[in-house]
Design a protein around this ligand. Structure first.
Ligand code: GDP
Length: 290
């Protein structure tokens, strides 16, 4: 179980329960406090942390350990189940024909994630194409072109066209041989009407099978407004967290997951196309608590 891999102070606290068959309120209190500390440090929203703490406390004190289970293992199981419930399962990404739209603010890592995802799909045996509709950020076209060349996947962009919707339409046509279309969009420095109107128009034009919100791991509380705005405008099916190679643990993304009723799809941990993996609850939980 993932909790074998826990942060050392939490493991120490749990280990104090070894040999005990009953668990006291103080024991549970101490464990819950350790978990709260780690999760808050990892940028998980306070109200989510409180909900989780309440559930752990209630279950640890009320549920009888199944016969033969030690108090330690019983609490460990409850903590694990509640954490899995908090972070959710991985967003379903079928390996089949599809169009994926990426949304997010400027600098969140959309272009990088588009190329990484294309690389990931190509390693799964599909033929992806990246369509770059970001006409707002200077350099977005060149960046996407270079990264997709490195990933050895198809690319469409038009540096002379300033209508992103036209680029999206032309891109789908120009890359019709591809089976997975990843449509990168422009961000802005902040949530602006411009951004929302543009992404709504692109969404209508490409009719994506799924839309992913790209969030920097360091996002913290800002995740809530972004998630709500993008979810209201285009519907968010999953989250891609970037820059997990930094010090941030990405707990803020859970706010977005909660706000949109979605799940986490991909994790990015570097600037090259290979630095991507599918979200997997166990290792993410270890990271949050570590
Ligand atoms: P966009 O404006 O949303 O398209 O963001 P970009 O894809 O251009 O990324 C913004 C910056 O973050 C670039 O310098 C990227 O190289 C960097 N970046 C993106 N993802 C990651 C990551 O997972 N790790 C690190 N270290 N840098 C990243």
């Amino acid at each position: 179980m993932v909790l074998d891999d826990l942060g050392s102070s939490l493991r120490g606290t749990l280990d104090k329960l070894r040999g005990k068959s009953r668990i006291s309120e103080e024991d549970v209190d101490e464990i819950v406090k350790e978990i709260q500390r780690s999760l808050l440090q990892a940028d998980v929203d306070v109200s989510l942390v409180m909900e989780l703490s309440d559930s752990i406390e209630e279950r640890a004190l009320e549920e009888e350990p199944p016969g033969g289970t030690s108090a330690r293992d019983h609490v460990l199981r409850i903590v694990y189940e509640e954490l899995v419930d908090l972070v959710g399962e991985s967003t379903e990404i079928p390996l089949e024909n599809q169009t994926i739209l990426l949304a997010g603010l400027q600098g969140s890592g959309k272009t990088t994630t588009a190329a990484k995802m294309a690389w990931w799909f190509s390693k799964k045996g599909l033929r992806p194409a990246v369509i770059q509709t970001d006409t707002f950020r200077p350099g977005a076209y060149d960046q996407a072109k270079q990264m997709t060349e490195r990933a050895e996947v198809a690319f469409y962009g038009d540096p002379d066209e300033d209508d992103p919707v036209k680029i999206a339409r032309d891109g789908l046509e120009a890359t019709e041989d591809a089976d997975v279309h990843i449509v990168d969009t422009a961000g802005r420095h902040a949530l602006e009407d411009d951004l929302i109107n543009e992404i709504e128009d692109i969404e209508s034009a490409v009719e994506p099978d799924r839309s992913l919100l790209v969030l920097d791991a360091a996002i913290g509380q800002g995740a809530k407004d972004q998630a709500r705005e993008f979810d209201d405008s285009i519907g968010i099916d999953g989250v891609a967290i970037t820059k997990l190679d930094g010090t941030a643990k990405g707990g803020g993304a859970l706010t977005a997951v909660d706000e949109t009723g979605s799940t986490i799809a991909f994790l990015g941990s570097g600037e090259t196309v290979q630095d991507i993996e599918r979200f997997e609850p166990d290792s993410f939980i270890s990271r949050l608590l570590g």
